[in-house]
Write a protein that binds this ligand. Structure first.
Ligand SMILES: [Zn+2]
Length: 266
């Protein structure tokens, strides 16, 4: 990924003052985006998803009010961590103080919002920076291409690699989005694993900026390139039906295919 372009250059600077200023700017931008794009209903959706899948039992409702927007000015980002969904374990209260975007329950600290884990080594605190505090280069309705990085029960997580028609803008850092089972196609989806698999390259539309939700509803949207889940060979379209076949091990798989599957044309 090209980190030399645009904001990427500034983001790589280690000077703390600059980082703080950046954080303020980013927070301001993000607040604007939140005002424009907020959809409360999808946040609840994603919380439900996370609750279904997480192993650790939590009795308390996720403390949504702690998922502060625009309150990160005081933070000094020290260590950027992984992408998390609400309910994901981000640390323990022995290690860290629970800050913005997290909540504590029985000695464990969980993400209260979708975003990136941020650990402050100075005061040993952990927070989750909401997705919308990332440099905003995506717009609602953009067609993006990305790779499926993780499959959960009701969402496929996608790392966005490019935006159609905006090649020169590039992607700064990792932008993680999710395709919810209800946004896969114009038909009932019984099992998300019949539609996507890890490593798939997908073309999708941005339908929600707050939680970075993507949709593959529509003929031209869906999987562009898929790999055999057994031997990792690129699957080929089996003429005459909608299935994919592995030329090496003959395995047959299904996906929510884009009409441009295998063409390499975005
Ligand atoms: Zn194979």
């Amino acid at each position: 990924m090209d980190k030399e372009t645009g904001n990427g250059e500034e983001m790589n600077m280690n000077d703390e003052v600059v980082v703080e200023e950046m954080a303020e700017e980013v927070a301001e931008e993000a607040t604007e985006v939140v005002i424009q794009e907020t959809t409360a209903e999808t946040e609840e959706e994603i919380i439900t998803d996370a609750e279904e899948e997480k192993a650790a039992p939590i009795e308390k409702e996720p403390a949504k009010h702690q998922a502060g927007k625009g309150n990160i000015e005081e933070e000094t980002p020290e260590e950027k961590g992984e992408f998390v969904l609400p309910g994901d374990l981000v640390g323990t209260s022995e290690e860290f103080t629970s800050r913005n975007g997290t909540y504590e329950d029985r000695g464990n600290i969980y993400a209260a919002t979708t975003g990136t884990v941020n650990i402050n080594n100075k005061n040993r605190s952990v927070s989750v920076i909401p997705l919308t505090n990332s440099p905003t280069i995506l717009n609602l309705g953009d067609i993006v291409v990305g790779q499926v990085t993780n499959m959960r029960e009701s969402v496929a997580l996608v790392e966005i690699a490019g935006i159609k028609g905006k090649g020169e803008r590039g992607i700064v850092g990792d932008i993680n989005a999710a395709i919810h089972v209800s946004n896969v196609k114009d038909a009932y989806v019984k099992d998300l694993n019949y539609e996507f698999a890890a490593f798939d390259i997908v073309k999708a539309k941005v339908i929600d900026m707050r939680n970075l939700r993507l949709s593959t509803v529509g003929k031209e949207l869906g999987v562009m390139k898929a790999y055999c889940t057994k031997c990792r060979t690129v699957l080929v379209k089996d003429n005459g039906n909608d299935k994919l076949k592995c030329p090496k091990c003959e395995r047959t798989e299904t996906r929510k295919l884009s009409s441009a599957y295998g063409t390499g044309i975005l």
